[in-house]
Design a protein around this ligand. Structure first.
Ligand SMILES: [Zn+2]
Length: 232
């Protein structure tokens, strides 16, 4: 008799275990889904999108009025933790359109970005708002203090030349960044102690920003400082 009554109880126990396992699985799935949604919702509005209309005007107002295009990337820290006190200049090592660079920075596995870029015609794009830390210079501390700018090359290789239009816009953008962020003077020392820095100062294996821009760093600082002093 004892054996006959034991069998159904055993099956009941088996079903009970399956239901508990199913319940645990459901709870885990719901928790994982909620976690993913929460992580996505932590990103500021507009990130991952090409901005137009009012959204574009809003980021233009919060950042540089010189921008022509905005495609915000999730490859950044939101927000940066240091005050803006530096500018870091990069070159693209390519002649990309602002749209193509935006697609490239949009790839999250690439883990790269910049606050701004300038194409060979002098158009300016925003990819990471100034209040956030772009992933540009292989150096957390520098990127946390710096607004970073990518400049397109109009010659590939060699001295990695950039066009006059891009160069002139770089001066204008640096001036605007200094003015809005209370940077009174740009100082290029050739090492990270100055507040005009380059990628190569933090990552010896890169040529960035290339010999052409690097040879003009003192000139860039002088032109920006003249603008700051004379209100140009
Ligand atoms: Zn670089």
């Amino acid at each position: 008799m004892a054996k006959r009554t034991a069998k159904p109880t055993g099956k009941k126990n088996e079903y009970w275990c399956i239901w508990v396992l199913l319940l645990v699985f459901c709870i885990a799935a719901v928790t994982a889904f909620a976690g993913t949604c929460a992580a996505k919702s932590e990103l500021p509005q507009g990130v991952g999108q090409i901005l137009t209309g009012e959204a574009f005007e809003a980021v233009k107002h919060r950042n540089s009025a010189l921008i022509d295009y905005a495609h915000l990337t999730a490859n950044a820290d939101f927000p940066r933790t240091s005050n803006i006190s530096k500018i870091t200049i990069h070159h693209m090592a390519a002649d990309l359109s602002l749209e193509k660079l935006g697609v490239s920075f949009g790839k999250q596995d690439r883990k790269a970005s910049a606050n701004y870029a300038i194409d060979r015609t002098g158009r300016v794009a925003l990819y990471v708002e100034e209040q956030n830390r772009a992933w540009s210079s292989a150096n957390f501390e520098n990127d946390d203090m710096a607004v970073t700018i990518e400049v397109a090359n109009d010659r590939i290789g060699g001295d990695w030349h950039v066009s006059d239009a891009a160069y002139e816009k770089l001066i204008a953008l640096c001036t605007d960044i200094c003015r809005r962020n209370g940077i009174e003077e740009l100082v290029y020392t050739g090492d990270p102690s100055g507040n005009l820095t380059t990628h190569r100062m933090f990552f010896a294996q890169t040529e960035c920003p290339g010999p052409y821009l690097e040879s003009r760093m003192l000139e860039i600082a002088a032109a920006v400082n003249a603008n700051l002093q004379h209100g140009a």
